[in-house]
Design a protein around this ligand. Structure first.
Ligand code: CMC
Length: 431
């Protein structure tokens, strides 16, 4: 069988090459289509467009499979932790003892922000959303390093140091963003704490008393980071690649990722889920009225935390997180009426023909908000937690673009549907 595609256009037949990925995913290569035929393709929302080849993450949405560098997410969730998984995603292999120690030591060495950055935090108004502060401050951090300001891939100090600095400092910036938004004094990181414990310390300790680090709380948050660590060409990762393709520096590219993640259809969904559940609870609804509204296109409501562009069976992260959610709540002896509403909503939606026919299942955000609430993370920090978790994926995609010798600037085309040539009317003659 031929592995070329044939396209008939304007009475001519054109041949298009195809390519097959390592998991048998197939694509028609249209990169020479316009040059050969004068046509471009249109694919609103990029649902059928492969923007790159990548060897970082594999998803089979029909089967509910997610693997980082070939390792199933279920296995990583059980046996690994966020820092080790971050190394795997960025460098392609699980680290040995020495590599992991070096990686962790670099985090500790690079965890402090430049002291002058504190003045930038002061400029934000109280109540500013931590996602706005996070993206601004990641970008601002690049102003404190000459090499980042004059970034040229391959000519900078070791990339590894910037990787560690970004991964480590995103946690410091995130914690400071929250404390700033609440008018609380900033808490410095501690040398002796590991990644996730240190974040909780910076978020919740006071100048007088260290936050009590319950192991189940640290473990649950670490799992949330790990489950979010990469997810192939989603909206924020594609944004990072888009910015990186112009040869912008690592911090600028990842700050753009934070902005893309903020929206409620992407990372902002975890905050939106909790707000939805709280609203349902407040109105005394058991979820059934909300489900009816979510099916009505005129209501302006959606069942947040449901549906996914890629997963059409189940989101494997949601399965893991639902189990973790039950465990954490039972260990911490918490009963949460919002969890009961979430379970009822899920049960009802999974039986409802509207959701079944459209293959809408709970996604990672449906239960992650409940765990975060249980462990005391403020709701406006939910998407920030997602951003910290996604950082390894953004960095790995940045690195992949930079290491690709044939990489070009991302520059899609469009079909113009506006006015054809138009006359300039002087101001005093306009109606
Ligand atoms: N509630 C009600 N209807 C929905 C929902 C939902 N959550 N999601 C999709 N639909 C409907 C949609 O209206 C459309 O109906 P119809 O065919 O009658 O026009 C159909 O299902 C197909 O949806 P779509 O809009 O083509 O799906 P998409 O691939 O463009 O969007 C999505 C995917 C995740 C943005 C969407 O499902 C959604 O808005 N979900 C709620 C927000 C959410 O939970 N986002 C987090 C995604 S997971 C975290 C991440 O990776 O970002």
């Amino acid at each position: 069988m031929s592995n070329e595609a044939k396209l008939e256009l304007d009475g001519k037949t054109f041949t298009l090459p195809t390519l097959t990925g390592s998991e048998n995913e197939k694509a028609v290569d249209i990169s020479a289509l316009r040059a050969n035929t004068g046509y471009i393709t249109i694919d609103d929302g990029y649902g059928n467009t492969g923007s790159c080849t990548s060897n970082i993450t594999f998803i089979d949405g029909d089967k509910g499979i997610l693997r980082y560098r070939g390792i199933p997410i279920e296995e990583l969730a059980e046996k690994s932790n966020f820092v080790e998984t971050a190394y795997l995603i960025i460098y392609g292999e699980l680290p040995n003892h020495a590599q992991l120690k070096k990686f962790s030591d670099l985090f500790t060495e690079n965890q402090y922000l430049h002291e002058d950055m504190k003045f930038h935090f002061q400029g934000f108004p109280g109540g500013a959303h931590p996602m706005a502060i996070l993206s601004a401050m990641i970008n601002a951090a690049s102003c404190f390093d000459d090499d980042l300001m004059r970034w040229q891939w391959g000519r900078n100090k070791q990339f590894d140091i910037y990787v560690a600095r970004l991964l480590s400092q995103v946690r410091t910036i995130a914690a400071y963003s929250y404390r700033k938004s609440k008018g609380l004094p900033l808490i410095y990181p501690k040398q002796s704490y590991k990644y996730t414990a240190n974040f909780l310390h910076m978020l919740f300790s006071t100048p007088y008393e260290d936050f009590e680090l319950k192991p189940e709380v640290v473990k649950a948050l670490d799992l949330i980071f790990l489950l979010h660590a990469d997810h192939e060409q989603n909206c924020s990762t594609s944004t990072v690649r888009m910015v990186a393709s112009s040869q912008a520096n690592l911090f600028a590219s990842c700050a753009a990722g934070v902005c893309a993640l903020w929206g409620p259809l992407h990372g902002g969904a975890n905050q939106a889920v909790l707000e939805m559940l709280a609203q349902i609870h407040k109105e005394g609804d058991d979820g059934s009225k909300f489900i009816t509204a979510a099916k009505d296109k005129n209501s302006g409501k959606k069942l947040m935390g449901f549906g996914h562009r890629v997963y059409k069976n189940h989101d494997p992260r949601a399965k893991i997180i639902k189990k973790a959610c039950d465990e954490v709540l039972s260990k911490l002896h918490i009963t949460d009426p919002l969890l009961d509403i979430a379970k009822k909503l899920e049960e009802a939606a999974l039986k409802d023909p509207y959701f079944v026919e459209r293959k809408l299942y709970p996604n990672v955000d449906f239960y992650s908000g409940i765990i975060m609430r249980a462990i005391g993370i403020p709701v406006e920090m939910f998407t920030v937690i997602f951003a910290i978790g996604r950082m390894p994926g953004w960095i790995a995609n940045y690195k992949e673009i930079m290491e690709e010798p044939k990489s070009r600037i991302y520059r899609p085309r469009q079909i113009y549907t506006g006015k054809t040539i138009n006359e300039f009317v002087p101001l005093d003659k306009r109606k």
